[in-house]
Design a protein. Sequence first.
Length: 74
Amino acid sequence: MPQQSKYSDQQFDALMHDIIVAIEKNNADRDLSLMVLGNVISSIFEQQVAPAHRAQMAEQFTQVLLKSINNEKK
């Protein structure tokens, strides 16, 4: 069953496009891209998630990421 989002496809696509453009503009290879994106994620957790909820939310994020990666292999 598809998951519903509170964000429109247009909002999502625009932000994702901007991020990809920034990575490409800087000729960032895989390792640098993942390092930067990891730091962005950490910053979001630190600034927007209460300390008491960070571990649980990080675990949920990790599970969704792993599920996404595993589904792409099939």
